[in-house]
Design a protein around this ligand. Structure first.
Ligand code: GZL
Length: 329
């Protein structure tokens, strides 16, 4: 009799342990999707990247991929070639794959509500990284991790106000139309240069954050706009394109025409150290580690701040020379 009871108890114990194993830690599903991808405990992230348009983007992608690997997060990654419809398709596919969390850098500010509503209905949390969206419904994402672009524009304008005298005719190379960094860097710059009535933006066109785009628009400005004193480029890559156009026009970049850019990627810092660019406002692309920490918390159902602003500074030519040896990107 005793043997029968022992055997029965052992069977119940084994069944209980097996059931616990099937349930897994539950972390993959808690607060997140149905836990698609890797084993029970592996978080699966779907990341919809803007594209590969600039040195900044390359560094940003590398940071995300390396941080996912270090955190043991399975990363599904897509490159939208700077087209919103491709990002929307990627997000939709991540919902269908039932990933645990979706993160993306919205190429433009608007048009995201329908696809983010699909993610919300599938109980898959969304994290905005790098760029923000302009939506009334802030329940569509858990947090926004990225720079304050208005502040970056202000830093650029402040340098121009404080480091020039007399009339300054400025041409502006904008990022892609509708992108948060393009809208806000313009806004911050204009706010700051308002302190002087002899600084004027005489021409402004999108160069789409690419070196080729910056060169093309600067060539057009040099043909159509007389007496250019300053180029304000929304990123280093367009500033580097402008340098090519200025040199081809027989002028000296950094001297005949001052150049202010944003990002502080290696190629931009090298031009700054050479004096071809006069001032760079840093925009930190190394968001990977913070993104993975936020993803782990969000999937575990923990509270996270709705806004995480990244740390970044500014560089003069002398500061670039000192910083270059240790720059990671
Ligand atoms: C800024 C980022 C911008 C960079 C550009 O956070 O979105 O996009 O400034 C990049 O270099 O193309």
């Amino acid at each position: 009799m005793v043997k029968k009871i022992t055997a029965a108890l052992g069977a119940v114990l084994l069944a209980a342990l097996a059931a616990c194993g099937e349930g897994g830690s539950g972390s993959a599903g808690a607060g997140g999707g149905a836990g698609g991808g890797g084993g029970d405990d592996t978080i699966t992230m779907g990341f919809a990247q803007v594209g590969a348009e600039s040195g900044w983007r390359t560094a940003n992608t590398k940071s995300i991929q390396e941080a996912a690997e270090a955190a043991g997060i399975e990363l599904k990654f897509s490159d939208a070639q700077q087209r919103q419809e491709n990002q929307i398709k990627a997000i939709r596919s991540y919902v269908q794959q039932k990933v645990d969390v979706i993160a993306f850098s919205p190429v433009v500010e608007t048009g995201w509500d329908p696809v983010l509503l699909e993610a919300k209905r599938a109980n898959i949390p969304v994290i905005l990284t790098d760029r923000a969206i302009d939506s009334e419904d802030t329940s569509l994402y858990k947090t926004f991790l990225g720079s304050d672009f208005v502040e970056e524009g202000k830093k650029a304008g402040k340098w121009l106000v404080e480091n020039t005298t007399g009339p300054q005719r400025v041409v502006e190379l904008q990022g892609n139309t509708g992108a948060a960094p393009a809208i806000d860097r313009k806004k911050g710059f204009e706010e700051e240069i308002g302190a002087r009535d002899d600084i004027e933006i005489v021409a402004s066109q999108p160069g789409d954050f690419t070196r080729a785009g910056g060169k093309q628009v600067m060539e057009a400005f040099l043909r159509s706009t007389p007496n250019i004193d300053v180029v304000y480029a929304h990123n280093d890559d367009m500033g580097l394109g402008a340098i090519e156009a200025i040199k081809a026009a027989g002028k000296v970049p950094g001297k005949d025409i001052k150049i202010i850019t944003v990002d502080a990627v290696k190629a931009g810092m090298e031009a700054l150290a050479k004096g071809e660019i006069n001032f760079i406002v840093e925009c930190n692309p190394l968001l990977g580690e913070q993104l993975m920490e936020l993803a782990e918390k969000v999937v575990a159902g923990e509270e996270v701040p709705t806004r995480v602003v990244t740390e970044e500074g500014t560089f003069t030519s002398e500061q670039a020379k000192a910083a270059l040896p240790d720059r990671k990107y």
